[in-house]
Structure formats: C-alpha cells, structure tokens
Design a protein around this ligand. Sequence first.
Ligand code: KIV
Length: 266
Amino acid sequence: MNKKTIITILNKKQAKEKITMLTCYDYAMAKIISSQDIDVLLVGDSLGNVRLGYENTIPVTVEDMIYHTKSVKRGNSGAFLVSDMPFMSYEISVEDAIRNAARIVKEGGADAVKIEGGIEIASQVKAIVSSKIPVAGHLGLTPQAVNKLGGFKVQGKTKESKDKLIADALALESAGAFLVVLEAVPEYIAKEITSYLKIPTIGIGAGRYCDGQVLVIDDMIGMFTEFVPKFVKKYANVGESIKSAVKNYIDEVKKGKFPKEENTYK
Ligand code: KIV
C-alpha cells in the first residue's frame, strides 16, 4: 500500500474527503488495521487505560510510547503514523518537548507526534515543528488534564470555554500544527472550528462536521468495556468472541477433545 504522508492528510481537507484515524498499540493490530487503507494510525496514550490497565493516561511514559510505536511501525503497511507525547513530556520546557518528540520519532519511528493543549503549549508546537517533526494538536476533553478538568466531561459548554476552544485551535494552526483532534465538544462548536481552520479537524465525540474521525480501537471492537463513552459505536464484539473461544478451549482440553489426531505429529 502507498505510504500516506502529511500531504495526503492535508489534501483530503481540500478535496472534502473524510480522514480516517484509529488508535493502535501493537504489531498484530497494525497489520490488520492498515490492511484496510486507514489514513492515520494513532499510538494514543489511551494505551495506558486500555492496554496497561491504568485509571487514566497520566502514568504513561515516553518509554511506553516508544515501545508501542516501534511495535505498530513494524505492522503498519501505509498509514501515516502519529504517536502521543505523554503527560509531562512537553510541558516543562521547549527543550524537553523537542528532545522527547525527537525520541518518539527517532527511536519509535513515528511520522508525527500529538500534544494536548492550546495557547499554553503553542511555543512547544512551534519549536517541534521547526525541528522538522509534524505536530497534531488535541483540544476539548484532553485526558491528560483529567484532574484539572474534574473528570472526563464534555467541554465548551460555556461561552468562555467555547471562545477559548476557538482561540486555542487558531493558535495551534498558527504554531504550525498539521491537524487538530477535537474530543468531546458539542457538534456546533466543532463545525465552527472546522470552518475557521485550513488544517483538518479530527473528531472524537465532536459530531458529524469534522474533517475526519478517530476512535479508540479497543472501544470500537468491544475489547475494552469498562467504560464506553456515548460517542463510541461498537463495530464488533471481539471481547465476547475471545471469551467464548477460551471457554471452548478449556472445555475441550478438560474433556480430552483437543488435541485431535490432526493436531499431532506422527
Ligand atoms: O490517546 C488517544 O487514544 C487519543 C484519542 C482519543 C484521540 O488521544
């Protein structure tokens, strides 16, 4: 499959073609997802919740991101590969942000990094982009700020927070971000932001008018069921399939039905 680039992604907004993005955390899943011509694979720090069993994304480290990015990179057959910069890997200083972004690209093999926040981190975005690394922004419900936000809540409900969202999106574009993820914001705000920006918006719980959509793979295939937000559509029930396969296996081993003759060496 032809490798997608930042140009592929930017051109899609111009051509009014929807951009498709899914999270991905390992080689096996990267092979499966990228075989379907997805535009962007996101090694999200949501791996902290859905793969590492943390309560939120705060404990995720740069090393975790590099480890999972390497694995996804080996299975990816053509998607543009974006990896999250985890909590506190870009907030402290511009130098820190460049160093950690460089590690995720150099050691992990990502094509770009994603950072949560707006005006407050615009100088980091500018510096990373100046260091030749494309940056995606992430606004609205930014999970790394869960303690500041007071929970996983829809954002932009007041006039003040709506205005801040718009100002943040414009600041990210000016700083050189190549796309902005909008998470858990009312549809009409996402629509407005999408119309103001030249760069694409990718929605997750942001309604129908974004330039593209992203979901957490474990949510959409029914692998992670502890908490499923309203905006998730379940396209499969893989968790239930695995349970049933494991149950059958245990049953057959106990009853001596597996292995059969065809599973043994002569
Ligand atoms: O970490 C993640 O999976 C994300 C998506 C929810 C956009 O940032």
